[in-house]
Design a protein around this ligand. Structure first.
Ligand code: PLP
Length: 352
């Protein structure tokens, strides 16, 4: 605390990202990174880039990335926004659409960056509770609001809301923007992107960090009506003209275009997830149905914090949230099949 801080800064409770440990030989299942490297085409594109060009500023509009995304998702170029990771895209969306007199709505258990943005941008919120089984009950999102945001699948539960339910929400909530954070949709859900053609207040936010193995490149994007995208551009161009660097752009284009690699790696992760859930069940764990690259699991007879600590001693890092309602759960990222097997071997030793 410094007397030079503004009142706003004094009141902030910043987001705490999962640990990025400096220790070697750790099985890192704590931040939902992809266990597989980026596509070889991504590596080749970055290698082939003429580094002398780094003396120049990058294209402020990241047009090559927008074009690749527009083609892949079957939308117009003006319906695509890109930013420095989807966290930045979400931040811009909160600023552009959610700074309203009415409170925004998001689930009580959800991505922990949302309340941080609310504090930073001084946005009020209401947080309808998930069901006992951690379902998002969109019927309860019917009050007058300044906006709605939720991840689908939800984080940290992995549970999916169906497109039908989302469509019903959009049909009744026409006066504010609905942001769907699809960071994990490629691991088993159906994207709401096609609905942007029907609903001018829908913004779908995505990232290349998870399903396209590019967390280190920091590329996120949003798809919606051109008017929403224009709003995001206004905020972005009032903050930072160049959120994407040249190397990130080269990598992002190659990642979006290598559909074969994208499909192969996500299918491997889905298969390992199903294997892991079945094996955990044998050990007595109860796992929330997951459509993501992580699972949310609890053991009726073993304390979650204790398992977390014991796994860490065995050099397996998972995520534990000491928060109301979820303090007996662990969030475990799906690694390679070999890493999942190592997780299970460690748990078998811990639970004896
Ligand atoms: C990981 C994650 C993001 C942020 O991803 P970026 O790396 O910033 O693109 C956004 N939303 C949710 C729910 C996430 O889990």
């Amino acid at each position: 605390m410094s007397r030079y801080w503004s009142e706003l800064t004094r009141g902030l409770v910043p987001y705490v990202p999962g640990e990025q440990p400096k220790i070697q030989n750790l099985i890192k299942l704590n931040t939902n990174e992809n266990p597989y490297p980026p596509s070889p085409k991504v590596v080749a594109a970055i290698d082939a880039f003429d580094k002398a060009r780094l003396r120049l500023y990058p294209d402020p509009n990241s047009d090559i990335v927008k074009s690749a995304l527009a083609e892949y998702y079957g939308v117009a170029h003006q319906q695509v926004f890109v930013g420095n990771g989807s966290d930045e895209v979400l931040g811009f969306a909160f600023m552009a659409f959610f700074k309203q007199a009415k409170p925004i709505l998001f689930p009580d258990i959800s991505y922990s960056f949302y309340p941080v943005y609310c504090d930073l941008f001084e946005i009020k919120s209401q947080r309808p509770a998930l069901s006992e089984r951690f379902e998002i009950l969109l019927d309860e999102y019917s009050s007058d609001n300044g906006g709605i945001v939720f991840p689908n699948p939800n984080a940290p539960t992995g549970r999916l809301v169906t497109l039908e339910t989302i469509r019903a929400l959009l049909q009744r909530n026409t006066e504010s923007v609905v942001v769907i954070d699809e960071a994990y949709i490629d691991f088993g859900g159906e994207s709401a992107i096609p609905l942007v053609h029907e609903f001018p207040n829908l913004l779908v936010v995505h990232t290349l960090s998870k399903s396209r193995s590019l967390a280190g490149a920091r590329v996120g994007f949003a798809i919606g009506h051109a008017d929403l995208i224009e709003g995001l551009e206004r905020v972005k161009n009032s903050f930072n003209s160049y959120p994407l660097d040249m190397l990130a752009m080269q990598g992002a284009v190659a990642a979006v275009q290598d559909v074969e690699y994208f499909d192969a790696t996500r299918q491997k992760i889905i298969a390992s997830r199903e294997w892991t859930v079945a094996e955990l069940e044998q050990l007595g764990f109860e796992t929330v149905p997951s459509s993501a690259n992580f699972i949310f699991t609890t053991h009726p007879r073993h304390d979650a914090a204790g398992i977390f600590a014991a796994l860490r001693e065995k050099r397996v890092l998972v995520r534990y949230f000491n928060k109301p309602r979820i303090s007996q759960h662990l969030r475990i990222t799906i690694g390679t099949q070999q890493e999942c097997e190592a997780l299970l071997a460690a748990l078998k030793e811990i639970l004896v």
